[in-house]
Design a protein around this ligand. Structure first.
Ligand code: ADP
Length: 166
């Protein structure tokens, strides 16, 4: 079985991420979306909350071949645990390339049996990132069409809570 792993911070999941998940699910047997915990980066959502938001966003798709998990450690160790050999990455622009190129070489160095497969973003999502969504939300802009409808309220609620705490 061709299991692929789609790693990221997903803080929160955007429509760009969702598009990559759907296209991967249509191409491979099984997709495991993994929220990687970065101890040096404090996000808007806790890792467990991000997992719940991804699951919520996937609900309308129904019971397909996508799993969502959270992992604290090296991606190649997660891959071994899952017996998966392919990492899926989305590419938005040339600016993503350098970082993703480095990461893919590093992962391949750590485990030469692991390959990274890049999927180009759809043009309409090429400007979209979790951080741009957060910026828009913080300054009161609409995030409709940027994140899955199912999680809009959760994102707005969290952003407003953070603003009040300041
Ligand atoms: P972000 O850059 O939005 O914070 P992540 O770090 O969670 O996102 O990214 C996880 C993966 O999803 C990376 O491979 C990233 O290049 C990809 N990705 C992020 N946004 C998009 C998008 N709009 N279209 C395609 N791929 C994307």
């Amino acid at each position: 079985m061709n299991t692929v792993v789609y790693p990221g911070s997903f803080d929160p999941i955007t429509n760009g991420h969702l598009d990559i998940i759907k296209r991967s699910a249509a191409t491979f047997d099984e997709v495991i979306v993994v929220v990687l915990v970065n101890p040096h980066k404090k996000g808007l959502f806790e890792a467990s909350e991000r997992v719940e938001l991804i699951k919520k966003a996937l609900e309308p798709i129904g019971d397909v071949n996508v799993k969502v998990e959270c992992f604290n450690g090296l991606l190649v160790d997660f891959m071994k645990e899952k017996n998966a050999k392919i990492i899926i990455k989305g590419l938005r622009a040339v600016s993503d390339f350098e970082y993703e190129f480095q990461m893919s070489l590093m992962n391949n160095k750590l485990d030469p049996t692991v390959e990274t497969v890049f999927m180009m973003t759809r043009a309409e999502y090429s400007f979209l990132s979790s951080s741009s969504v957060k910026q828009v939300a913080i300054f009161g802009g609409s995030i409709i069409g940027l994140v899955p409808d199912e999680i809009i309220e959760d994102v707005m609620e969290k952003v407003n809570k953070k603003i009040k705490e300041r």
